[in-house]
Design a protein around this ligand. Structure first.
Ligand SMILES: Nc1ncnc2c1ncn2[C@@H]1O[C@H](COP(=O)(O)OP(=O)(O)OP(=O)(O)O)[C@@H](O)[C@H]1O
Ligand SMILES: [Mg+2]
Length: 235
């Protein structure tokens, strides 16, 4: 198994204070990896670090054999990482199709293969492609955000709480789409508030707390860990 992403002992934050302290996360090729942990643990901050949105003061980030530490986000996108932030991740005043088009703004030439691939993953979106994104349900909006990120054909997709506020049915649908996306050869690193369900679904997981690594392992391993269960999964 090839290591696709490795974040090695990363320390950094937004200003002078370090939010992440010596955080290490690894994602292998075609793997689904989940980050869980309490509010304020630094989960979103860890994703931002990978995407070049954080001031990193120590450690390194290697992606697909390139050292991307300190790279600007647009260069990271072009290298093959796409990021769906926790909030404000779609253009509400634009149609679904226009949202996808915006996602591909860095891509030159014919986009038809990219649209086909995304619409195949999200048949619901294809049917409604002229609908304004702001008029969609929360679950569908999340699909638009994921679809937009996939227009650039990344090797790694970063998803920050893709199921936040969704019903269990939509949550399962988003998880299934993640599996489908993975099966097309894309690795996924996601943050999840629904820790139990996410650990059951992901290949591996990391528990972060107070900006540090606390536990890591396969989902099954973490779900069976007493301490993890007591501290983070509600017993
Ligand atoms: N833009 C920012 N500027 C300064 N501090 C920030 C910023 N964003 C987050 N923080 C701080 O960094 C810490 C970690 O925040 P982060 O958003 O990474 O947590 P999280 O684990 O994603 O939490 P949640 O589950 O609520 O999304 C918190 O103390 C937060 O207040
Ligand atoms: Mg967050």
């Amino acid at each position: 198994m090839k290591i696709l992403l490795s974040m090695n002992g990363v320390t950094g934050g937004y200003g002078d204070a370090d939010i992440l302290q010596d955080v290490s996360i690894q994602v292998d090729d075609k793997e689904i990896v989940v980050i869980v942990g309490p509010n304020g643990a630094g989960k979103s901050t860890a994703m931002k670090a990978v995407f070049g949105l954080l001031k990193i003061r120590g450690g390194s980030i290697i992606f697909d054999d390139d050292r991307i530490t300190g790279w600007a986000p647009n260069r990271i996108v072009q290298r093959g990482i796409c990021y769906v932030p926790q909030v404000d991740n779609i253009f509400r005043e634009m149609s679904i199709h226009e949202n996808l088009e915006m996602g591909a703004f860095l891509k030159k030439g014919d986009l038809s293969a990219a649209y086909d691939r995304v619409y195949e993953l999200f048949p619901d979106l294809k049917e409604r492609r002229k609908t304004l994104a702001g008029a969609l349900s929360g679950g569908q909006r999340q699909m638009v955000a994921m679809g937009r990120a996939l227009m650039l054909d990344p090797k790694l997709l970063l998803l920050d709480e893709p199921t936040a506020g969704l019903s269990p049915r939509y949550m399962e649908q988003i998880f299934q789409i993640c599996r489908d996306v993975r099966d097309t050869g894309v690795a996924i690193l996601l943050v999840e508030q629904h820790a139990k369900q996410a650990l059951a679904f992901a290949d591996r997981g990391y528990v972060l707390a107070a900006g540090q690594n606390r536990h890591e392992g396969t989902g099954a391993h973490l779900l069976a860990d007493r301490e993890v269960a007591e501290m983070f999964l509600g017993g």
